[in-house]
Structures are given as C-alpha cells and as structure tokens.
Design a protein around this ligand. Structure first.
Ligand code: FES
Length: 429
C-alpha cells in the first residue's frame, strides 16, 4: 500500500517487533515504518480498533509504540538513529490480529465501562482488571528514568512552533535585535513546511534563523507564572521571556464519516510529508477536499507518476469509508445515490482545528468560532494576553503561506515595539 521510491542516503536499521527495517537516518521512526508498508502500528484503547499514523505531527494516537523499553512513544516525533527497538504495545496477539478486537464487535455502540457490571459482588473486580487490560496504554518502562534538573535560560522572546509563522516571527524579531528562542517538537525544523519543501526553502532563504536559539525536538510542556517549561527526551529548560509568541499551527481535521479511523487514511498534509521523504502510496489513492494541502498532495503524486491511480473527491460528497482492518474503498454520495470507489489510501483535507491549547493554558484569550472550533483570540496587534502573542493558524488563519508571512511580520513588529518600550522604562527587567 505504501513504499519508498527513493534510495536511502544514510541508511540505518531499526527493529519493529524484532523485524529489521531500513530507515533514513534522522527521519521520523513512523515514516520509516510506513515506508516499509508497516501501516497498522497500534490499537485504540478500549475497543482495540486498528490504528495507523494519520497526522505525523504528534496529534493522533496512531503511531504510539514502546521504543527501547519506554511506553507510549510518538514514533512520528522520534528520529531514527539506528538500533531502535520498537514494540507493539497493549495487544493480545499481534498488532495486525489483536484478539481484544472482539470488544469492538461485541460492543458496536461503545462500552460504558463506568457501569458495566459495577456493583455485582465478585464480578466487578474481575471486570476492573479486564477493563485495565483493555484500556491500558502499555506497561511501565523497563528501567527507572533518572531525574534531571532543569536548567534556566534567558530570552527576550520565546516563540513556540517553527512552522511558517514561528519561523518568520522569530527571524524578524532577531533581526530587530531581540534575543529569541524558538522551540519546536518536530524532528526537523519547519513545522508543516517539512511537507512542502519548495515553500520551506523559499522561506528559509529569505528569513534567516542564524541568530535565533533553536530548540528542535523540544516541547513547550506548559507555562507557569510566565515561566515556560520546555522538555526534550533528555533534559528540560525553564525560560522566563519578556514576550511569548504562540505559533502552534493547527491540528489536521478528521473526516466525519463512519470508519474514519481505518489505517490507510491520512491527512493530505501527512501524505505530502511522506512524499517529501520519498514514501508514496503504491495503489489507488483518493484525495478528498480542496485547499493548499490537497493541491500539494496532488502535485506530489503527479510528479511521481501516480496521477493515473489518483482520484479527487469533493469533501461534501464523502459518505463513508469501507474496510475492516484497513481502507478498502471510499463511499461517495451523488444525489440520492452512492457509489463505491476502490482505493487503499486516502489523503483528506478536512477543515483543520487551531492548536490553541498551550496558549490557553498560559492564560491567553480564546474564542469559539462556529465551524472553525476554538482559536486563540488576539487583538489587531496579535496580542492575546499579558505579554502573550499569537500568530498564524492557531488564531484561525487558513494555511495560505503569503497571508501567514504577512501576519507574522506584522506581529513581530508589534512585539518588538513593546520590548523597546520596556527597555526604556526605568527599573524594567
Ligand atoms: S501522533 Fe504520530 S502520527 Fe499522529
């Protein structure tokens, strides 16, 4: 269903349940597995439906696995160095044939585990241990993780997220003289831009990050009393910036139709990401919806000789997905009738949802927009709270590179103006 169509430049070997898999050094583990057509990597908690990576940006549960003895590792956010041992977790049998899948068939409407046989003497304790087995997400690490002390760091501005908006705002602020720290949880810089290398190159050429301190592969865990806790796999940093800029982007949307969780269904952005790394669908593919990522995916597939195996389908006409353990077909409605289109990979551009969470946790204002979900609410300057700013998709802007760049340049100027003001205030920190 998926395969690699580019020769590896710097191959390393990783292991999935003891099977050796070739990977490009530095690429996400999940990409390497998909490139070897290892698509089903996990099982959903509770109903044990098959799960596969769908976003490749740390926002679904399809790539969770035990890696080198650590449970629940997002394999799309861990780069291949060679020798990693990836194990399927929380299954009875194998990731392809998990016997606990019977739960999905016995309880097609879901399980109310709070009340299931609760209060029946002797039975409820058995049910509790069964429920734990069903809903568990892996067992404890093989080894005790040693505690590390966080270090402190200084910055005028902390920018969270290194996609278009974060990249441009960080570059502009550094050019204006601010000490800028840019944190991003992806394995490579660029956020969504890793999925569109030509746009990435253009922006990287025009907006340098040479004087920005970059923390790549780090997560902004939370903001506590204006101090940001940043963590990587190995250590942690606490920084108290004068200004915090959220450029956290947006989560890929989901198709709101039955079977929208089957392996083989990706966001168009995730499939474009795979294409940028040389991994492509080998069979028939449907591109659902319109917009930047649907067009980018169509372009990538076209350039790689897959256009005759690709169909485009409007988002509004998708009525369902067929398959049991993986995608087999798309159900398309046409008026009162529907037809089945045989495909084994779907890339969809369902409306995305702004990633507002860490900004809200920091105290930023949020707003609910019907049809668009929650977003960070900013004034016309880009300010969303005391010392807090937001740019780009997390504020509800669509992924349109020119518009995102313009927004980031404008917000950078506004942030810089407050920093200048502060430095002239007597006694200002
Ligand atoms: S969280 Fe890794 S693919 Fe979605």
């Amino acid at each position: 269903m998926l395969g690699r169509r580019r020769t590896l430049q710097d191959p390393v070997t990783i292991y999935l349940d003891d099977e050796p898999i070739q990977a490009e050094r530095g690429e996400p583990l999940a990409v390497a597995l998909l490139g070897s057509n290892k698509v089903t990597l996990a099982r959903s908690p509770k109903l044990h439906r098959p799960r596969a990576p769908t976003c490749l940006r740390g926002a679904c549960d399809g790539c969770l696995a035990r890696v080198d003895g650590l449970p629940n590792v997002m394999t799309c956010l861990r780069s291949a160095r060679g020798g990693e041992r990836i194990e399927t977790q929380n299954v009875l049998g194998s990731r392809e044939s998990d016997l606990l899948r019977v739960t999905d068939w016995f309880f097609p409407q879901g399980i109310d585990h709070h009340h299931l046989m609760a209060g029946i003497p002797g039975v409820s304790s058995v049910m509790v241990s069964f429920a734990r087995k069903l809903a568990g997400l892996g067992t404890l690490p093989d080894e005790k993780v040693t505690e590390q002390r966080a270090r402190r760091a200084e910055a005028d501005v902390l920018v969270v997220g290194a996609g278009i908006s974060g990249h441009v705002v960080a570059s502009q602020l550094a050019a204006l003289g601010a000490k800028v720290m840019l944190v991003d949880d992806g394995v490579a810089s660029g956020g969504s831009l890793v999925c569109a290398p030509s746009v990435h190159k253009k922006i990287a050429d025009e907006y340098t990050l040479s004087s920005v301190e970059k923390l790549q592969g780090w997560t902004a865990v939370g903001i506590y009393r204006r101090e940001a806790l940043l963590a990587s796999n190995e250590s942690a940093v606490v920084v108290r910036p004068k200004a915090l800029v959220f450029a956290t982007g947006a989560h890929d949307g989901v198709l709101t139709v039955p079977n929208n969780d089957l392996p083989g269904l990706f966001s168009a952005r995730a499939l474009s990401h795979l294409g940028a790394r040389g991994v492509f669908p080998l069979g028939r593919t449907a591109i659902v919806g319109d917009g930047f990522w649907a067009d980018e995916l169509a372009r990538v597939l076209n350039e790689n000789g897959a256009s005759d195996r690709t169909v485009r389908v409007p988002l509004s006409s998708v009525a369902g997905v067929k398959g049991s353990n993986r995608v087999r077909a798309l159900i398309v409605s046409e008026g009162k009738k529907s037809r089945t289109v045989d495909v084994d990979v779907i890339g969809h551009a369902a409306p995305s949802a702004p990633s507002f969470e860490v900004a809200e946790q920091a105290g930023a204002n949020t707003v609910f927009r019907p049809g668009g979900g929650y977003a960070v609410a900013c004034d016309e300057q880009g300010k969303c709270g005391d010392g807090l700013w937001a740019v780009g998709e997390c504020t509800g802007l669509p992924f349109e590179p020119d518009r995102l760049i313009e927004n980031a340049r404008s917000v950078a100027k506004n942030v810089a103006a407050t920093l200048t003001l502060n430095t002239h205030q007597p006694g200002a920190e």
